[in-house]
Design a protein around this ligand. Sequence first.
Ligand SMILES: *Cc1c(COP(=O)(O)O)cnc(C)c1O
Length: 225
Amino acid sequence: MKVAENLVAIEEKILQACQKSGRNPEEITIVAVTKYVSAERAQEAVAAGITNLGENRDEGLSHKYSTMKQKAVWHFIGSLQTKKVKNIIDKVEYIHSLDRISLAEEIQKRTDKQVKCFVQVNVSGENSKRGIEPAEALEFIKSLEGFDRLSVAGLMTMAPLTDNESVLRSCFKKLKELQGEIQDARLGHAPCTELSMGMSNDFPIAIEEGATIIRIGTALVGEDS
Ligand SMILES: *Cc1c(COP(=O)(O)O)cnc(C)c1O
């Protein structure tokens, strides 16, 4: 399938989820996750109107960043090893996987610009998932105050791999609630206006529960090319 055709189908689902929940579709940004596909396929996504691209490995990001003619806004979405920060930091505008102080220290050390970060929260509590425990998120975010090279744009989570709608919904609801607590703390370095949640199989539910950024790989660009 052409990316443009997949995009039409996804936009239709976004519209439906927004209508169902009384939201404005303009509040939702699609990050096309290109980690499975070639730079050519990523270029096809940009040609179809996508401006935000996401990768989860420094090699994949650097390769596409240097070979693609079109400019894109890059998001780093996967777990990020501290020693890899220097390879990606000047290529990305967003990091979706801030989950420890040592990573914040490295970001602070390696850049002169401002990086918008999402604090990754392990809402589902699965051992296999990374992220800060929900109960510790506010304290963690408070402790980021001294790092003037990064701001907390929002929270990110990955829902369990399941088709059980109520499990997915409660996961997204919890992240939204946590966002409310963090916004109530009125931290200058943590406006926390964004919620990065929802992937190919669960983005309509994530939107109904408040997602502002959805990260779509398979359903948009496919799994290989
Ligand atoms: C791979 C990945 C995605 C996209 O997954 P799909 O199910 O293919 O849409 C989104 N977020 C993260 C963190 C990922 O690693």
